[in-house]
Design a protein around this ligand. Sequence first.
Ligand code: AVI
Length: 320
Amino acid sequence: MDNSSTTLLDLEPCSQSFLDEVIDGLEQSPKSLPCKYFYDQRGSQLFDQICDLEEYYLTRTELQIMEDYADEMAQQIGLGVMLVEYGSGSSVKTRLLLDHLEQMAGYVPVDISRKHLQETCDRLAQSYPDLEVLPVCADFTAEFALPVPSQPATHSAVYFPGSTIGNFPPAEAEKLLAQIARLCGTGGGLLIGVDLQKDHQTLESAYDDAQGITAEFNLNLLRRMNREIEGDFKLEQFRHRARYNDQHGRVELFLESKIEQSISVSGRTFWLHQGESICTEHSHKYTVQGFAQIAANAGLTLRKEWTDDEQRFAVMHFVK
Ligand code: AVI
């Protein structure tokens, strides 16, 4: 099949505006900011650097699991699948899966960024000229319908790598999993990467690396607000903090005010006292059983999971 005619299904994702969400978060006590806004151009570059850090074990561990078991995963997923990827992946992990899946009906990358999607399609078209690629530009947290491939699929399966599910509070994660179950329907599946609970030291250094890349990634959110929504944050007056919250089983990222100060965003003023923190991200860590329970509540049954020798990370396969 010639992919040069690939058309992008644009569902015109329009989320609440950046400014509205920032004002909402800064009005809360304690103050917070939504982590999805980390990823402007600079933020995405910094995240790529984080993925290569010694301390950030997640990416290389998941990749190793995929390298070791992609063939088994493909067998579990089965023949004739339409593979739907959340967050368009042109990455090595996706390719490992595509290399092992047989008689695929199509590949559907879903991403909120048109640019990312287009790049994914261009790259994949070159490497997999026989694969029908049906990109969907959408916010995958909202309900959407799947495109219909020209070769009928036996079933659909969602691939959701990277432990991005950990950035959702458990109740929202369950909602998203229920949505995935509805999207795939009976016979459908989910292959998902999930970061596992482990000692606090490992977790905290994964989010507070020696080179300060994660600090830069966190502070870049302030830079983005200054540029895009008329913020007046002085970056040198904030410090990056990462802390494991045992009670909630999550790493929490903060921007802590070094001094008492006022900040303004599009003419709205907020006060921060010395040591006050703005929470910028939660990254939940699960046990295999704990995550399987959340998925079970969402109507998904665990079929098989693969982990590394140290049980740091799991790739889990669920069926509806
Ligand atoms: C995208 N997400 C899975 C990352 C995580 O580990 O929660 C985001 C991140 N934040 C700081 N470092 C990486």
